[in-house]
Ligand binder design. Structure first.
Ligand SMILES: Cc1ncc(C[n+]2csc(CCOP(=O)(O)OP(=O)(O)O)c2C)c(N)n1
Ligand SMILES: [Mg+2]
Length: 693
């Protein structure tokens, strides 16, 4: 090692390091016989310059709260990130968000690229290795998420910094490709970031004029720079990705820019160095092949037969660069933070709480309890009340709506809640505008920035958010998606706005809690379940229309919601003959039907099933207690696609649901038209009893 240090200039060491990134990517893709070598080859110098000279990041502690965030939005270039994490010796993290001291990615891990249970999956995944700030691969998600991270930095600075104590001020860097630029979510995110003047946000656009199918020009011809300028971004061009001085200037310029976000457009060569594939989509999506790999290595001055070669001096070079620089930055920060914690112990406590996703003591004090009320209130309204109460005790609960805050009741109205805008970065009401996808991705970014974040819109517009909701579930982060106007019950807006298949769609998603409360007190219990979650996102599904508030002295306690499903009503004497079950607005229909059936001497159990997945997680004993196997006469009622209910109603059961799109009319009329009446439930119950005998 010392030998090469002596004989190589720093420029030569830089080139050696850059080519090490390139060849590791080539070899890993070759060995896996799958993956994308071209983008890492083109972007290696761009990543090298950022990490080695600019990124405020200490490889020894990838959980340092004020670290700069690096997002690889073109996640197919995953080997670029894995190579960097390996070469800079980034440490691992555990599920408690603590640094483990072990290396996040070893050379062995790189050799097992894309293999079962490796730490190097096809696309970078959050929680698998330290230094991976978010999961990317679906193009556009990374840049979308980066906006939430940048908002999080600004909010933390406004809320937590004190004169002389700039504890938070991190930047967010996102690499992106033509795909990210073309995806709609990328445009939503760029527009929002420009509006918010997030000068701490830098996207580095790999303008290589190639996508998967061929030349980018086949499908992209706008002037991207002008588009971003129009969004309020500063656009900097780097004419050649291999020009380290130009990259240096571009990053410097970003760091000095205070007006708004920066786009660094880097003209690069996909597959750089591979003579027959460079600048063509042939360097994409498949290995170079043995011969081309050799030729590429020859062009780098590499031993052609070498595999996974890390030349002497490279690890040390990174250690001398980002290793030392980053460590010093963190050490200085730690010193400042120690003093800050002495001076502002309450703020330090908040920071500790945020970092570990703990809730402040007493966060659930004074939550409302709603008295029985036949007229009741919409669950969107009870949710708005709970949210406003709890947000006062949980200072880092922030969020907003995609331009429907007056409808989805996500607005925080208490004194001091404020609006998050350029110039008022301490506000807690985010205005995402009519950008559902951008909102959902930003909510994820905020959750990754360790804020307790939520975003609201109409349930049917979940379709516009779904890719980001899915990533929240995959990443195991606790984003909260608040969906109101949850069924045909919303009424006059009609079938375009009336969700049918959303519940089934979301229930099919692993690790997502889908909660549809039946009354105001179930809403309170839902928030009590949601807020302590650390590793799963929630879809909270709420009504527009008023629902009766059940008399809990007569019925089962709403705290049963935490078990996903619970007995709400049972016959006063003897075993039930039939079970009526439902979620949300249809539970009160079940109760009404129950009353009628009881008056005819039929013994009825009513089960509220607000969250299927929580119910599935209960013991078999509990589930059998609620839904006893021998009791085969069952009716499920839900104003949505019936898909999935057969699992609870069984072969003799009946499901009253939606088999077509809804209709535009007052909610009550629509409900009646599609059979959501106590009479129909009674009828179905009688049939179920008859058929089960
Ligand atoms: C949402 C989404 N659609 C499609 C893909 C499949 N895909 C992976 S890479 C790629 C091409 C992207 O082109 P670009 O962003 O220019 O990356 P480059 O080829 O320059 O590395 C595509 C279409 C994807 N990963 N995500
Ligand atoms: Mg491209």
């Amino acid at each position: 090692m010392a030998v090469s240090e002596q004989i190589l200039t720093s420029k030569q060491l830089a080139t050696l390091s850059i080519n090490t990134i390139r060849t590791l990517a080539i070899d890993a893709v070759e060995q896996a016989n799958s993956g994308h070598p071209g983008a890492p080859m083109g972007l290696a110098p761009v990543a090298y310059m950022l990490w080695q000279h600019f990124l405020r990041f200490d490889p020894q502690d990838p959980t340092w709260p004020d670290r700069d965030r690096f997002v690889l939005s073109n996640g197919h270039a995953s080997m670029l990130l894995y190579a960097i994490l390996y070469l800079t010796r980034v440490r691992g993290t555990n599920p408690e968000y603590e640094s483990t001291g072990e290396f996040a990615i070893s050379l062995e891990d790189i050799k097992r690229f894309r293999q079962l249970d490796s730490k190097t999956p096809g696309h970078p995944e959050y929680r698998i290795a330290g230094g991976i700030e978010t999961t990317t691969g679906p193009l556009g998600q990374g840049v979308g998420t980066s906006v939430g991270m940048a908002i999080g930095s600004r909010w933390r600075a406004a809320h937590l910094n004190r004169p002389g104590f700039e504890i938070f001020n991190y930047n967010v860097y996102a690499f992106c490709g033509d795909g990210d630029i073309m995806e709609g979510v990328g445009s939503e995110a760029a527009s929002l970031a420009g509006h918010l003047k997030l000068a701490n946000l830098c996207w580095i656009y790999d303008d290589n004029r190639v996508t998967l199918d061929g030349p980018a020009a086949w499908s992209l011809s706008e002037d991207v720079g002008k588009r971003f300028s129009a969004y309020g971004w500063t656009v900097t061009d780097v004419a050649d990705a291999n020009d380290l001085d130009a990259l240096d200037n571009a990053y410097r310029r970003f760091q000095q820019t205070t007006e708004g976000p920066t786009l660094i457009r880097v003209h690069s060569h996909i597959g750089y160095g591979a003579p027959h594939k460079q600048d063509t989509n042939a360097a994409h999506g498949e290995p170079l092949g043995e011969e081309e790999a050799r030729l590429a290595k020859r062009s780098y001055g590499w031993p052609e037969d070498s595999k996974f070669l890390v030349p002497d001096g490279v690890l040390e070079h990174f250690e001398q660069g980002i290793g030392r620089r980053g460590h010093e930055l963190r050490e200085n920060w730690m010193q400042l933070y120690a003093e800050y914690a002495r001076r502002f112990p309450e703020l330090a406590e908040q920071i500790a709480g945020m970092e570990h996703r703990e809730l402040p003591p007493g966060w659930d004090r004074d939550l409302p309890q709603f008295p029985a009320d036949a007229k009741g209130m919409a669950t969107r309204d009870s949710s708005g009340k709970v949210l406003n109460q709890v947000a006062q005790r949980l200072p880092w609960l922030i969020g907003g709506s995609a331009d429907l805050a007056t409808s989805d009741r996500t607005r925080l109205k208490f004194e001091g809640a404020g609006d998050f805008q350029a110039g008022s970065y301490g506000g807690r009401n985010l205005h995402f505008g009519v950008r559902e996808h951008g909102m959902a991705a930003a909510v994820n970014g905020l959750a990754l920035a360790k804020l307790r974040s939520y975003g609201g819109t109409f349930f049917n517009f979940n379709d516009y958010m779904k890719p980001a909701v899915r990533l929240a579930a995959l990443m195991e982060i606790p984003s909260v998606f608040i969906y109101t106007h949850d069924s045909i019950g919303l009424g006059e807006d009609g079938p375009t706005h009336q969700p049918i298949e959303q519940l089934a769609q979301l229930r099919a998603m692993p690790n997502l809690l889908v909660i549809r409360p039946a009354d105001a007190n179930e809403v309170v219990e839902a928030w009590k379940v949601i807020l302590p979650l650390k590793h799963r996102p929630t879809a909270l599904v709420l009504t527009r229309q008023a629902l009766p508030t059940f008399d809990r002295s007569k019925y089962g306690s709403a705290s049963g919601l935490a078990k996903g499903g619970y007995i709400l009503a049972d016959p006063p004497n003897g075993q039930p003959e039939v079970i009526l079950m439902g979620t949300g607005s249809e539970v009160s229909l079940c109760l009404a039907a129950c009353q009628q059936l009881q008056s005819e001497g039929i013994k009825v159990r009513v089960v509220s099933m607000p969250c299927w997945s929580l119910f599935e997680e209960q013991s078999e004993q509990y589930r059998n207690h609620v839904l006893p196997a021998p009791l085969k006469a069952r009716v499920a009622v839900e104003a949505a696609s019936t898909l999935g209910w057969d699992r609870y109603v069984g072969p003799n059961g009946k499901t009253i649901g939606m088999h077509r799109f809804g209709a535009s009319a007052p909610g009550k009329d629509v409900f009646r038209k599609f059979g959501f009446t106590p009479e129909k439930v009674v009828e179905a119950a009688r049939e179920a009893i008859a058929e089960s005998k």
